[in-house]
Write a protein that binds this ligand. Structure first.
Ligand SMILES: *[C@@H]1O[C@H](CO)[C@@H](O)[C@H](O)[C@H]1NC(C)=O
Ligand SMILES: *[C@@H]1O[C@H](CO)[C@@H](O)[C@H](O)[C@H]1NC(C)=O
Ligand SMILES: *[C@@H]1O[C@H](CO)[C@@H](O)[C@H](O)[C@H]1NC(C)=O
Ligand SMILES: *[C@@H]1O[C@H](CO)[C@@H](O)[C@H](O)[C@H]1NC(C)=O
Ligand SMILES: *[C@@H]1O[C@H](CO)[C@@H](O)[C@H](O)[C@H]1NC(C)=O
Ligand SMILES: *[C@@H]1O[C@H](CO)[C@@H](O)[C@H](O)[C@H]1NC(C)=O
Ligand SMILES: *[C@@H]1O[C@H](CO)[C@@H](O)[C@H](O)[C@H]1NC(C)=O
Length: 670
């Protein structure tokens, strides 16, 4: 990899362009502290040096705002024909802390979580208006503002507030439509966690408070009321916080915040939050000082010990980077991936395959959903070369590929980060699901065509030839629009680097391995075409490539036999219930056979495959079936004496005779 620096440098440029263009998912986000994040702030709001969002300090008559910088798109759906709109469900959770200027008398005035058509609430007033409204605008339906207030000034402040420590629902006015005394004294300078959940279908809002940050959300909400926000909100929709002080003042802090449209907001990890400033209690008397001297010594010793333990732990967590790792733009921080996958928690596992375990994750900073593949790779050997390769594979961009976003190495672990593709793999839909769901022919055809175009890109249209080496149904993931996306490209190379060259290991999956690959161990674009041929047959027949029907060892055998007997349509997946385009089905089956031809030279290139699929060229009328078959040889004899122990089965899901299918039912291919 002498040219790897060049590749990496060239790539840096591309990567920056990519980051600049990437569409962030703005429907969900999470902040553990706000250090380095660009909130939209005004008034007295600042981000403190340790990452707290401080909306106000203890000076009187301040107003401070902190909003998420971009609008939440898709929150509102407008029906222009009936002049109505619907507000989608959302969920948000945050941790706040209020430090009053006078711990005994309390401070003021409070803060609110707000949803508003602008990220700036200009002209809003301090004191009881909480920075949301002013004298003139309070109560005006044109405000289009919804807020949940956390108010620490009571009846004296007017506006119908009953209690000097309450939570209220505010719609265009600070005269709350519902309010409840808070079950916790909000002004004690302690962090308090809030969950706000809006059900857009049942038009219901729940607000829950707890000071037990590490406990799950209490089951009973403090406020649980009917509320129809579609009458209030208009686009654009901004979410954020507003606070104010008056004659009474407090510092209002937000420590962490998460939000999700149409789902449950990610749980905030209290251990990742910045800490609140401590309140010096003015009454600590000298009398206690003498008594506390001895315990204080112990305390100091304990603190020093704790500090060392902390340092040791921190050190262990720190990533030890080798020089070459420093300038790889695709490297992710281990800590981020650790947080994203909740510490590689078993609950986040979405697949287990031959290459390792796949976790679902949400990146802490951006809220972007990712899939993290943790590769079991006993040896460090070859990882560097492999990473150089990943750095270049990361440049591959095609709508039918699962994008490789980056990687991270830690000790013996290699972590690969991919796009998260929600629907799972093709084999799940074709072979594993036991319900009555049928993937219709139109979708199947679209999927095989998409995968063909991805392979054409890998083989011919990209700057280097990339051999995929492990094309199979479980490596094809389906996105929200049911487009097929090919995953795991180039991964099989990992097994090449650092291998003893005398033992050739064949990487692939039984049934998808071309005969010459089994013999020589050499993967080429032609062996990919063979695997693609098998894929076509799997999609058309809805059967596994190995052990498809009684009496036939492989799907290829069976289809070949039916083809030779002139009844190739007998193999079509019965689940399709005869609803398919006959010409397309025939094309897919014949093309499947042609691609799986025994002789690599007789297989078409992916460019030809595309032309056949698009109907630009007709399929050749002869030579579809290998001569080997016509001469009575079957697949077994072609495979001959391959020693199975030299075959690396990268996923067992296709080889039911080796492992139970259920263990791989979720194989994400990532
Ligand atoms: C999403 O947010 C980013 C900034 O966080 C912004 O640049 C981008 O335009 C937003 N995307 C949409 C579709 O609003
Ligand atoms: C409080 O905030 C105001 C407005 O931002 C600022 O002028 C003032 O200096 C701050 N006071 C302290 C003690 O930080
Ligand atoms: C929708 O609103 C516009 C203006 O606000 C009004 O002219 C129109 O009549 C309304 N249409 C319906 C169907 O209510
Ligand atoms: C929009 O409103 C019209 C009239 O009430 C209704 O027929 C239609 O189904 C609505 N469309 C959607 C997408 O809800
Ligand atoms: C809010 O309450 C105050 C005090 O009770 C009252 O004067 C004012 O009219 C109310 N405003 C609205 C919009 O209801
Ligand atoms: C709100 O809380 C009630 C229980 O009081 C629960 O039945 C309901 O599902 C909750 N709604 C949301 C949106 O969380
Ligand atoms: C919200 O989720 C439900 C079910 O998960 C889905 O039917 C609906 O389309 C989603 N709405 C939006 C606006 O994404």
């Amino acid at each position: 990899m002498a040219s790897s620096t060049v590749i990496i440098q060239a790539f840096l440029v591309l990567f920056l362009a990519y980051v600049g263009n990437s569409q962030k998912n703005n429907d969900s986000f999470i902040f553990h502290g706000f250090k380095g994040d660009s909130l939209c702030m005004d008034g007295s709001s600042i981000i403190t040096s340790n990452g707290l969002l401080q909306l106000t300090n203890q000076t009187g008559y301040l107003v401070g705002h902190g909003f998420y910088p971009s609008p939440i798109i898709n929150m509102l759906t407008q029906n222009y024909s009936s002049n109505t709109s619907t507000v989608s469900s959302f969920s948000t959770s945050f941790v706040f802390g209020i430090i009053p200027s006078d711990i005994k008398k309390g401070g003021g005035h409070g803060f609110a979580f707000a949803i508003s058509p602008a990220s700036k609430l200009s002209g809003s007033s301090a004191s009881h208006f909480l920075g949301l409204f002013n004298d003139a605008s309070n109560g005006n339906p044109m405000n289009h503002v919804f807020a949940v207030e956390f108010d620490t000034v009571g009846a004296a402040g007017g506006f119908g507030d009953h209690d000097s420590n309450h939570v209220g629902i505010d719609v265009n006015t600070v005269n709350s439509s519902y309010q409840q005394p808070a079950p916790i004294n909000m002004e004690e300078g302690r962090p308090i966690k809030v969950w706000i959940e809006y059900d857009g279908v049942r038009k219901f809002i729940n607000v829950t408070l707890s000071d037990q940050l590490d406990e799950p959300r209490p089951s009973t909400p403090l406020i649980s009321e009917e509320l129809d926000l579609s009458k209030t909100l208009i686009d654009p929709i901004y979410v954020g916080f507003s606070a104010s002080t008056g004659k009474l003042a407090s510092s209002h802090y937000i420590l962490g915040w998460s939000f999700r449209l149409n789902g449950t907001a990610q749980e905030i990890e209290s251990s990742l939050l910045p800490s609140l400033p401590t309140i010096e209690s003015p009454g600590s008397s000298k009398k206690h000082a003498a008594f506390s001297l001895i315990p204080a010594t112990f305390l100091v010793v304990a603190l020093v010990a704790l500090f060392y333990m902390y340092r040791m732990r921190k050190k262990r967590q720190e990533e030890i980077l080798e020089d070459w790792e420093l300038d790889c733009p695709h490297r992710f921080r281990y800590k981020d991936l650790h947080i994203a996958t909740k510490g590689f928690n078993a609950s986040e596992v979405i697949g287990i395959g031959g290459f390792g375990t796949v976790y679902k994750g949400v990146l802490p900073k951006t809220g972007e959903q990712i899939a993290v593949k943790r590769i079991l790779h006993g040896s460090r050997q070859g990882v560097r070369e492999f990473v150089a390769e990943i750095e270049s594979l990361g440049k591959l961009r095609h709508k039918n590929l699962v994008h490789l976003l980056g990687w991270c190495k830690r000790n013996e672990d290699l972590l690969l980060v991919y796009d998260f593709i929600p629907n799972g793999s093709l084999d799940l839909f074709l072979l594993i699901r036991k319900d009555n769901f049928v993937l219709n022919w139109e979708k199947r055809f679209k999927i095989v065509r998409g995968i063909a175009s991805a392979l054409l890109y890998l083989h011919q249209d990209w700057e280097q030839v990339v051999v995929h080496r492990d094309i199979k149904a479980s490596n094809i993931l389906l996105d929200v629009d049911m487009n097929g996306r090919l995953g795991d490209f180039g991964l099989a190379r990992l097994y090449d680097h650092g291998e003893n060259p005398r033992t050739t290991r064949v990487v692939g999956t039984l049934g998808y391995i071309a005969p010459e690959l089994a013999r020589t161990g050499k993967a080429t674009v032609r062996t990919d075409v063979f695997a693609y041929g098998t894929l076509l047959l799997v999609v058309a027949c809805g059967k596994r490539p190995v052990d498809p029907v009684v009496g036939h060892s492989t799907l290829l055998d069976w289809v070949t036999e039916c083809y030779n007997a002139d009844r190739v349509m007998d193999v079509v997946d019965p689940k399709l219930n005869s609803s398919y385009v006959i010409e397309e089905m025939e094309l897919v089956l014949k093309l499947g056979l042609l691609c799986s031809h025994w002789n690599p030279e007789s297989r078409p290139s992916m460019r030809q495959v595309m032309r056949f699929l698009d109907g630009d060229d007709p399929l050749p009328s002869d030579g579809i079936v290998s001569d080997a078959y016509l001469h009575g040889q079957n697949f077994q004899s072609i495979f001959g004496d391959v020693e199975l122990k030299n075959v690396v089965i990268t996923s067992h899901s296709q080889s039911s005779s080796i492992a139970p299918v259920s263990t791989n039912s979720l194989e994400g291919g990532r």
